[in-house]
Design a protein around this ligand. Structure first.
Ligand SMILES: *Cc1c(COP(=O)(O)O)cnc(C)c1O
Length: 431
């Protein structure tokens, strides 16, 4: 693989941007390599500026469920562009999008459109604090909810105690309002409610964890979260920024049948443009300004280009009057990939554990089940780094971190999967 141009481009980018990138994981630090600079993409493929082509399993970290440069989405963006790129005033397309989303998510009665997942979760937390009149929130170790102050928090010294800042610049006073407990652990969450009765505004969770690699909820986990929140007067916030329109059209809450009080969406919902959603029960959402006294605003919220891409993406996922066919195809493509990788690793004698929910999956280098962040951290990251580099050489672009998911799209063909499995077969050998 020749990548002279990417290497030179990265050196130049580093002169002007911290670390040469505008979002940290893109710098390839997680795999001890230099990033590829991307020139373009089509369907399941991305092309770098040196002219190399890769089968893409990053999919912009989730949004590109239809594949890159989907003709209908491109046409919708072009049409919207010609009519004006931003007005700062209401448009019909926003109401159309809102009604589509409310139809898809049974627990959502009203919603607000925003520009990033970070903003969506920040808003959900502010609403939960206002609605309950409480300050503390609970999050799960290894779940990611964007970069707002309250959520860049790791567990404190004691279990189920106040958290501590995970980033410089986050005041400890604020971090202390967030409690971090392990994912898939109802007992620990129960202890938090016992210790802090009446203090917890909300429990925030990725219902299918996908930012520590993919870690599915164990049977009864989401139901248990729902019950503990109800018993203790706390709101349940599902951060479905990845799982929304991914593990089912109506997200994890459709797939597992557990409703949330507030739901955050991003990634797929924007169809590759900056758009996100915070929505939920009307009595909570109506606390937002201008109706209520919870302030939130955005110059580019409901932006016409993003809204057009969003409407067209959701419309395409629901083509044929239902989403069953589309999600069945995603399931079958991803299941083929899982089976192929499993066989290739077994043939090479490499112990792996694949966690998969629909079209998101992770191939952990571990010989035992991976059910929380501690398990993820115990996997063989050095093996992943070697695997990543070999797969890249073999024309497969995985997320450049052992802690990220693989995203399968509707554009991935049987040939793509076979080629990927072939590359994996080579890459596992002697790993
Ligand atoms: C990506 C992500 C976010 C943050 O979204 P941004 O648009 O990057 O701000 C929040 N929550 C989850 C679960 C995510 O995967």
């Amino acid at each position: 693989m020749v990548n002279h141009k990417s290497i030179a481009a990265f050196a130049r980018a580093c002169e002007y941007m911290p670390g040469g990138v505008n979002s940290p994981v893109r710098a390839f630090g997680g795999v001890d390599l230099k990033p590829l600079f991307i020139a373009g993409a089509k369907g399941s493929r991305v092309f770098d500026i040196d002219g190399n082509e890769y089968i893409d399993y990053v999919g912009s970290w989730g949004p590109m469920i239809l594949g890159h440069t989907h003709p209908a989405v491109v046409a919708a963006i072009e049409k919207a562009t010609a009519q004006g790129t931003s007005f700062g005033a209401p448009t019909l397309a926003e109401t159309e999008l809102a009604s589509r989303i409310v139809r898809a998510f049974g627990s959502m009665e009203k919603l607000r459109l925003l520009s990033s997942g970070t903003e969506a979760v920040m808003t959900a937390i502010r609403l939960a604090r206002a609605y309950t009149g409480r300050d503390m929130i609970v999050k799960m170790a290894g779940c990611y909810h964007g970069h707002s102050d309250s959520l860049l928090v790791v567990a404190g010294s004691g279990l189920a105690e106040r958290g501590t800042a995970a980033s410089l610049g986050v005041p400890e006073a604020l971090a202390g309002l967030t409690v971090v407990v392990p994912y898939n652990d109802l007992e620990m969450l129960g202890q938090v409610f016992v210790r802090q009765p009446g203090d917890i505004a909300a429990v925030l969770v990725e219902p299918v964890a996908a930012n520590m690699g993919v870690v599915p909820p164990e049977p009864g986990y989401l139901e248990g979260l729902r019950r503990l929140c109800d018993e203790n007067g706390a709101l349940l916030i599902f951060d479905e920024v990845i799982s929304g329109f991914r593990v089912a059209f109506g997200g994890a809450q459709e797939r597992y049948g557990v409703p949330a009080d507030l739901t955050c969406l991003g990634k797929i919902v924007g169809g590759g443009l900056p758009l996100a959603v915070c929505g939920g029960r009307a009595e909570i959402m109506d606390l937002l300004a201008p109706l209520g006294h919870v302030y939130q605003a955005g110059t580019l919220s409901g932006n016409p280009l993003a809204t057009a891409a969003a409407n067209t993406t959701l419309e395409t996922l629901e083509a044929d009057g239902g989403s069953e066919r589309v999600y069945a195809q995603l399931e079958s493509t991803a299941a083929d990939l899982e089976a192929g990788l499993t066989r290739a690793a077994a043939d090479a004698g490499v112990p792996i554990t694949i966690n998969r929910v629909g079209s998101i999956m992770s191939c952990f280098f571990a010989g035992k089940p991976v059910r929380n962040f501690a398990d993820v951290r115990a996997t063989d990251v050095a093996a992943f780094k070697r695997f990543f580099a070999r797969m890249l050489e073999g024309g497969v672009y995985l997320a450049p971190s052992a802690y990220e998911a693989m995203f399968v799209s509707l554009a991935h063909t049987k040939d793509d999967i076979e080629q990927t499995v072939e590359a994996a077969r080579e890459s596992f050998r002697g790993l």
